[in-house]
Design a protein around this ligand. Structure first.
Ligand code: 6PG
Length: 242
């Protein structure tokens, strides 16, 4: 059963499998509609642990995947075969089975420097139509999304609604949430905003508490997920499961 929390709009799924099944169907329908309308579709995915099972389910759905271009919402500045790489995660979990024929745009590439990687990613992303058809976001207990971490170097540029940049370098303050991977690449607010379908996938009590806190008054810079919550999205599904 799906219920929407009357207080904060969070869509509750009693079980994780229900959320993954429903959201995979939503994504597939949106991608299929964009392909039917425009002959192609684009999707930007977050890393982390919450969306893994969603990507597994999505990879099995029949779709004209050869017309879909997938990229990342953000990436850690690590080799793309590193366990911490979001590219590795998406390639191994999503870009298999039916979805194996989808195209992928790397943020990390094989650049020697963080700035060089951001520059190359910008050039690659500039060739994509805008806005994304699908964006999948996660959120940390600290209220970050993508690699928009409070206090991070590069955060202002990432959140600036007028920045023309699609991808910017981020150096986060080390925390239990960032771990050692403080150098990141992140898509910008102006790039992720206005996706035709924006999903926020949350799991567990701590995330629900952080979401409630993000809904309160306070600077966006303190809890950058607020940039998404405070900008009317075209189709926004903030989802939570225990
Ligand atoms: C990353 C993600 C990040 C993630 C949140 C939630 O690179 O880690 O893109 O923004 O969505 O940190 O991660 P979990 O789903 O693992 O809690």
């Amino acid at each position: 059963m799906i219920i929407s929390d009357p207080c904060n709009g969070l869509i509750h799924f009693a079980r994780a499998a229900q959320m993954q099944k429903r959201l995979a169907g939503l994504i597939a329908d949106r991608l299929a509609l964009s392909i039917a309308q425009n002959g192609k579709a684009t999707m930007a995915l977050s890393g982390g642990s919450t969306p893994r099972a969603l990507y597994t389910r999505l990879s099995d759905l029949p779709l004209a995947w050869e017309k879909v271009t997938v990229t990342l919402v953000d990436e850690r500045f690590v080799p793309t075969d590193d366990e911490a790489s979001n590219e590795k995660l998406v390639r191994e979990i999503l870009l298999q089975n039916e979805a194996a024929t989808a195209h992928f745009i790397s943020l990390r590439g094989d650049n020697e420097t963080l700035a060089g990687a951001a520059k190359a990613a910008n050039a690659a992303l500039a060739r994509l139509s805008h806005p994304f058809d699908v964006v999948v976001l996660g959120m940390g207990e600290d209220g970050h999304t993508a690699s928009w971490f409070a206090g991070a170097e590069g955060l202002a540029m990432a959140l600036d609604e007028k920045t023309p940049a699609r991808c910017v370098p981020i150096t986060a303050r080390k925390s239990t949430i960032t771990g050692a991977r403080t150098q990141r690449l992140t898509l910008t607010r102006s790039t992720l905003d206005k996706a035709r379908l924006c999903l926020l996938v949350l799991q567990g009590k701590d995330k629900a508490k952080a979401y409630d806190q993000a809904l309160q008054a306070g600077p966006i810079e303190d809890m950058p997920i607020r940039a998404i919550l405070r900008t009317p999205q075209r189709a926004f599904w903030p989802c939570w499961t225990p």
